[in-house]
Design a protein around this ligand. Structure first.
Ligand code: HEM
Length: 195
């Protein structure tokens, strides 16, 4: 998990990662941020349950447990530290979702949802405008990095499981994939040109 998270972080240009200053901004306001937890969790699950493909992921009676998981995530995120261990945990959380068939579009949309929620409710932080904007920006970065780590973990899980099943070295698998995508692109270009 550590290696997967590190690979995702390393591929992200440094000025797009969560900086030490941004982690400190979040830590500075951990108490008030934590108090937004119930509202975020509620809005998050209202959104998922209101949309058929995301609602279909859940089993009957699972909602209270899921809300508790997200609440824990929120608490851990605002309490910090947002460090290597945090990103390793996010890589693992990503894999937990793969098993439940939660897709990358669902994960990316909901990471963005959290950042948007904070932006829309930033007056509740009761901070001066500049500090409020620093918190909002810090969460945009957390959301973007969460998306990077989770999607990278997803790709890694798919390619390494194909490797296990097909017994093919990953480099060969990647070459075959590139060839397939190249020919798929030929028909994709024709289709897009027609539109
Ligand atoms: C930013 C996005 C998300 C975050 C941060 C997040 C966070 C979490 C966390 C921390 C857990 C508990 C993991 C553990 O057991 O240790 C969890 C579990 C779960 N989440 Fe999410 N989640 C996100 C998006 C979603 C979405 C979009 C769905 C469904 C459409 C979803 C469905 C689930 C399910 C079904 C589980 C239970 C997995 C299992 O143990 O079987 N989550 N989530």
């Amino acid at each position: 998990m550590h290696a997967i998270a590190q690979a995702a972080v390393d591929q992200t240009p440094p000025n797009c990662r969560v900086s030490a200053e941004q982690a400190a901004v979040i830590a500075r306001h951990a108490d008030i941020l934590e108090s937004l937890g119930p509202g975020i969790v509620d809005a998050f699950y209202e959104t998922l349950y209101a949309h058929e493909p995301t609602a279909a992921v859940f089993k009957d009676g699972e909602r209270p447990m899921r809300e508790e998981s997200l609440h824990n995530w929120w608490r851990r995120t605002v309490r910090g530290p947002i460090d290597d261990q945090y990103w390793s945990w996010m890589a693992m959380v990503g894999l937990i979702h793969v098993i439940r068939r939660v897709t990358n579009p669902m994960m990316l949309a909901m990471a963005q949802f959290v950042a948007d929620y904070l932006d829309e409710h930033s007056d509740r932080l009761e901070l001066d405008f500049d500090e409020e904007q620093r918190v909002v920006e810090a969460f945009r970065r957390v959301a973007a990095m969460t998306g990077s780590v989770i999607t990278w973990g997803y790709d890694h899980a798919v390619s390494s499981s194909l490797f296990e099943v097909a017994g093919m070295p990953e480099a060969l698998l990647a070459r075959l994939r590139d060839e397939e995508v190249k020919s798929a692109l030929v028909s994709a270009r024709k289709e897009v040109t027609r539109n």
